[in-house]
Write a protein that binds this ligand. Structure first.
Ligand SMILES: [Zn+2]
Length: 371
C-alpha cells in the first residue's frame, strides 16, 4: 500500500524554549531546560525512519503553507493576525501554554498545510495513506486561542479542506493523543458531517473537558464521542475501546476519509501522560484504523503528529505506526522489550474502572448509535 510522509526541516525551527512554570518564569534554581514540545520528537522520529530505511519505502509529500482562507472555517482572521503579530515581534504565547518564536507563524501555517497536503495526496489518488510529521501540533488549539503547545488546528483545518476542496461529506477523526482533543472537538461540536472520537487519560488536559457526556450539540448531537480512560490504562483497554466503541461508530457512520490525531504520549515512557501503551499497541491501533478506512473510505487514511514527549521511546512508537502502514517490520531493537510488554497486566486485561469508562461512553451515545 503506497504510504506518504509529509515532512520539512522547517518544522524543527518552531522555537518553544525554554521550559516555563505556570507563572511564566523559568526554573529559578538550575540552568533552563527545554520545553516539552521541543523539536526533538519530530527530528528524532525522522532520523529513526531514515536510519531503519523506512523512509525509502515512503513517498515524500511536500507541505505547503495554509492560507488565511484555508484557516477561515475554524480560525477568525483576527486570531490569525494576532499570531502573525506575536511572531513578527520575536515571539511570545499564542494563548495559554502555546509558546511561539519569531518564525512560528510561517511554520504553523506549514503544519496546517502539511496535513492539507496529506489530504491532497490521498484524495487525488496518488497515495492511500499519508502521515504528516508536523509541528507545532494542533488538537488543543481553539478558534481564537492557542493552547497546550498548539497554534492552529491542523487536523480540523485539513478536515475542512477535504470537505471544501473534494466534496467529502462524512469525515471521521480519531484522536488517540493522551490529552483531550478539545480544539478539534469544538471545531465540529454541532456538525453532523464530522464524527470526532477522542480517547484520553481522564481529566489530564484540559482538565475540564473530554468527559463521556460531551456528545455534540444541535444537529451534531451524537457526532462527538469521548472515551476518558483512567490513568494506567494499557493495550487491553485501548483495544476494547476501539472494538466496542470506535469500530461500531465507524461502521454506522461510513466515513469517506479517516483522520488520526496521532500523539504517541500514551506510551508507558511518557513524562506527560500516565498510560501504558507500547510500540506494539500503536501497531495494533493503526491496523484497526486501516481496517476502518478500507471498509468505507477506499483506504483513505491521514495521520497527523500531535504530542509525544518521551524523546527515547516516542519515535519508536511512531516508527511502529509507519511499519504497520507500510506492512513491514524493520526488526530494529526497541528500548522497551516487546516480549515483556505482552506480559504487563495492562496489556492483558481490562480492569473494572476501565470497563466503566468505556461503558459510560456507550451509554452516552446509545440514543444515537447501536453498540
Ligand atoms: Zn498530548
Amino acid at each position: 500500500m503506497a504510504t506518504g510522509l509529509v515532512y520539512s526541516d522547517r518544522y524543527l525551527q518552531h522555537n518553544t524554549n525554554p521550559f516555563r512554570l505556570p507563572s511564566g518564569k523559568t526554573l529559578p534554581f538550575v540552568e533552563p531546560v527545554d520545553h516539552p514540545s521541543n523539536p526533538r520528537l519530530v527530528e528524532r522520529t525522522k532520523k529513526l525512519l531514515d536510519y531503519t530505511g523506512l523512509s525509502k519505502q515512503l513517498e515524500r509529500v511536500e507541505p505547503y503553507a495554509a492560507t488565511v482562507e484555508d484557516l477561515a472555517p475554524f480560525h477568525p482572521t483576527d486570531y490569525v493576525d494576532l499570531i502573525r503579530g506575536i511572531s513578527e515581534a520575536g515571539g511570545g504565547d499564542a494563548g495559554q501554554g502555546a509558546p511561539i518564536g519569531a518564525d512560528s507563524y510561517d511554520i504553523a501555517l506549514l503544519a496546517a498545510g502539511g496535513v492539507m497536503a496529506a489530504v491532497d495526496a490521498v484524495m487525488e489518488g496518488s497515495l492511500q495513506q499519508c502521515f504528516a510529521l508536523v509541528r507545532p501540533p494542533g488538537h488543543h488549539a481553539e478558534a481564537s486561542k492557542g493552547r497546550g503547545f498548539c497554534v492552529f488546528g491542523n487536523v480540523a483545518i485539513a478536515a475542512h479542506h477535504a470537505r471544501r476542496r473534494y466534496g467529502i461529506e462524512r469525515v471521521m477523526i480519531v484522536d488517540w493523543d493522551v490529552h483531550h482533543g478539545n480544539g478539534t472537538q469544538a471545531a465540529f461540536y454541532d456538525d453532523p458531517n464530522v464524527l470526532f472520537v477522542s480517547l484520553q487519560q481522564d481529566r489530564l488536559f484540559p482538565v475540564d473537558s473530554g468527559s463521556a457526556d460531551e456528545v455534540g450539540s444541535g444537529a451534531g448531537a451524537g457526532f462527538t464521542a469521548n472515551i476518558a480512560l483512567p490513568a494506567g490504562s494499557g493495550g487491553a483497554a485501548y483495544n476494547a475501546a476501539f472494538e466496542r466503541v470506535i469500530v461500531p461508530l465507524a461502521e454506522q457512520f461510513k466515513p469517506e476519509i479517516v483522520f488520526v490525531s496521532a500523539g504517541q504520549d500514551a506510551s508507558a515512557s511518557d513524562p506527560l501522560g500516565r498510560m501504558l501503551l507500547a510500540a506494539e499497541h500503536y501497531r495494533e491501533l493503526t491496523a484497526i484504523m486501516q481496517g476502518i478506512a478500507a471498509r468505507t473510505a477506499a483506504g483513505r487514511l491521514v495521520l497527523a503528529q500531535e504530542g509525544g514527549y518521551s524523546e527515547t521511546y516516542a519515535p519508536y512508537c511512531t516508527m511502529a505506526i509507519f511499519e504497520q502502514l507500510v506492512g513491514t517490520r524493520t526488526g530494529i531493537e526497541e528500548p522497551v522489550d516487546p516480549t515483556r510488554v505482552g506480559r504487563w497486566p495492562a496489556s492483558l486485561a481490562v480492569s473494572g474502572d476501565q470497563e466503566g469508562a468505556i461503558n459510560r461512553t456507550i451509554e452516552a451515545l446509545s440514543p444515537f448509535w447501536k453498540f
